[in-house]
Design a protein around this ligand. Structure first.
Ligand SMILES: Cc1cc2nc3c(=O)[nH]c(=O)nc-3n(C[C@H](O)[C@H](O)[C@H](O)COP(=O)(O)O)c2cc1C
Ligand code: SF4
Length: 508
């Protein structure tokens, strides 16, 4: 009998290691990634006749009684039934995350048994031009935030003439409420490796780097171990899967500055320089790492490619709405009852996501707003929750899809405090290269403090300042910080009126 206990950082933080130790005294325990149902972690699974049954959340104190229930096939208050049949699992379209939580993340044979390497084999068969064409046809857009078409980026790098080219995976994942990159790297790192190898073949790059922030020690460890396994299995190295293509990669660790997620700043950091944003042009696709043509893609963008290669661009493009094709791993966090990762085709409404999938707030109070797309994303008020989840659809509501992280707030949220937090975040994380962001964000905090004391003139100044930052900043850190601020001000003017105590601390 096989027993599964997640090794994901969230499950470990909730006692998964202790649970695994107890169960390992009696059973063969395999560590898997998380299924994404964080409220059920640690989620213990037992496989019987090919079906996996769950128990959760299993605290270290519950482990012995769960072991007894598993041993005797008996009842247990934490028994959940077949995991795949749970409503949260059944409602998803898991393509990129199909293997996450299912397989041992470091087993190449299990990876292959669950469809791994089919995409890479096909990519080798069809060759660089067709790969780029298929990725373009799939409609895949960058999942890191800007939503730029991946196929076009790859075409630019493929067409550039240079003695060396590089693939850089952006695993900096600094957005609040975002954890999809981490979960993928911890739960199914070989998918990212496969995606990066396909990218390498497509553009003619023989070397890749995964830039992971130091706050992700588990992801770093698992990625490094998986790269070792991939080398042993001939997925990486001189001859990728026995072909004439050479591709290898390594992990690089970032110190954890938010701005190092911005692609040019990341490249500086990767070169050992200070993480300061570079002016564009030149774009990284032409002059990136060490001045060479470089694909810089997010983890999920790259990890989506093996599925596209193995199932076909049309199958992927069939899913979604408008120009938002395929699936998106939605990350639900904040004050939400069922927080976690939910992969679905684009197009669900925010209402469905927050209130049906997420079950509303954890506090049980009414939802006030949700911030979509990380710390630079707009606050969408609950009366605009009919907006479909898609790049253009959210932009139509002055919103941003970003990395698809959603942070939920109930009616006790103080929007002035949250607006102040956004400005302070920008001030703290600014790389300092341009004035609107470096100075503007500090003036922004001061102006919000003025408004908090009842100085109504501050509102016009704040609006003006936000416009200057929006149009005058060199990168999206300063350029997008006005979005949370202005959305809070526009939709919740009451929170900005009247005399209030000056707020010295940022929102927690
Ligand atoms: C301040 C700032 C932080 C960013 N952080 C990330 C990040 O953590 N991860 C990421 O993939 N992209 C991040 N981006 C977007 C990247 O600059 C870039 O667009 C992305 O890595 C390109 O990959 P994609 O096309 O696959 O999305 C950030 C951008 C800005 C302006
Ligand atoms: S907007 Fe901010 S982070 Fe971006 S380049 Fe300017 S100072 Fe640096």
């Amino acid at each position: 009998m096989r027993v599964w206990v997640p090794l994901d950082a969230a499950a470990r933080a909730l006692g998964a290691d202790e649970v695994a130790d107890t169960l390992a005294r009696e059973f063969t325990v395999t560590r898997n990634g998380t299924r994404g149902m964080i409220w059920l972690e640690p989620l213990v699974e037992v496989e019987r006749d090919g079906v996996r049954y769950g128990y959760g959340p299993v605290t270290p104190e519950d482990a012995a009684s769960v072991a007894e229930a598993i041993r005797n096939d008996g009842e247990h208050p934490l028994a959940l039934g077949a995991v795949e049949e749970l409503p949260w699992m059944k409602a998803q379209t898991r393509l990129t995350f199909a293997r996450v939580g299912v397989i041992d993340p470091l087993s190449v044979s299990e990876y292959q048994a669950h469809g791994g390497l089919v995409g890479l084999s096909r990519a080798i068969e069809i060759g660089p031009e067709r790969i780029v064409e298929d990725v373009t046809q799939s409609g895949l857009r960058g999942r890191g935030g800007a939503g730029f078409p991946t196929g076009i980026k790859w075409k630019t790098v493929a067409g550039a003439k240079a003695p060396r080219k590089y693939i850089v995976c952006n695993a900096d994942e600094g957005d609040s409420g975002s954890f999809a990159d981490r979960m993928l790297m911890e739960g199914d790192p070989l998918t990212l490796i496969e995606g990066m190898a396909i990218a390498g073949i497509a553009v003619g790059a023989a070397q890749g780097y995964v830039y992971i922030r130091s706050e992700y020690p588990d992801a770093i460890r698992l990625m490094e171990a998986a790269i070792g396994k991939a080398r042993q299995a001939g997925i990486l190295g001189q001859s990728v899967l026995g072909s004439h293509h050479t591709y290898d990669m390594e992990v690089r660790i970032g110190a954890g500055a938010y701005v190092c997620g911005e692609e040019t700043s990341l490249l500086n950091s990767l070169e050992g320089k200070r993480g300061v944003v570079r002016a564009k042009p030149p774009i990284p696709a032409l002059e990136g790492f060490l001045g060479r043509p470089t694909v810089v893609n997010n983890v999920i963008s790259l990890a989506s490619v093996p599925w596209i290669m193995s199932h076909g661009a049309e199958e992927y493009a069939k899913l979604g709405i408008g120009r938002s094709k395929g699936t998106i791993p939605i990350q639900l966090a904040g004050n939400v009852k069922y927080g976690g990762l939910f992969e679905a085709a684009f197009g669900m409404s925010l209402e469905q996501i927050v209130n049906e999938i997420g079950g509303g707030t954890a506090s049980g109070r009414p939802v006030k707003a949700a911030q979509v797309g990380g710390p630079l994303g707009s606050y969408i008020p609950h009366w605009n929750f009919d907006v479909p989840f898609g790049y253009e659809e959210l932009a139509g509501k002055e919103g941003l899809l970003g990395h698809a992280g959603i942070t939920v707030f109930d009616d006790t949220a103080d929007m002035l405090k949250l607006a102040r937090f956004a400005m302070e975040f920008c001030a703290v994380e600014s790389c300092g290269k341009c004035t609107p962001c470096r100075i503007g964000s500090i003036r922004g905090v001061e102006t919000i403090d003025r408004i908090a004391t009842g100085d109504e003139e501050g509102i016009a100044i704040l609006t003006d300042l936000c416009n200057t930052m929006k149009w005058g900043s060199l990168c999206a850190l300063g350029g997008f910080a006005p979005f949370p601020v202005m959305s809070a001000l526009t939709h919740f003017p009451d929170d900005f009126s009247g005399r209030r105590e000056p707020r010295k601390e940022a929102a927690e």
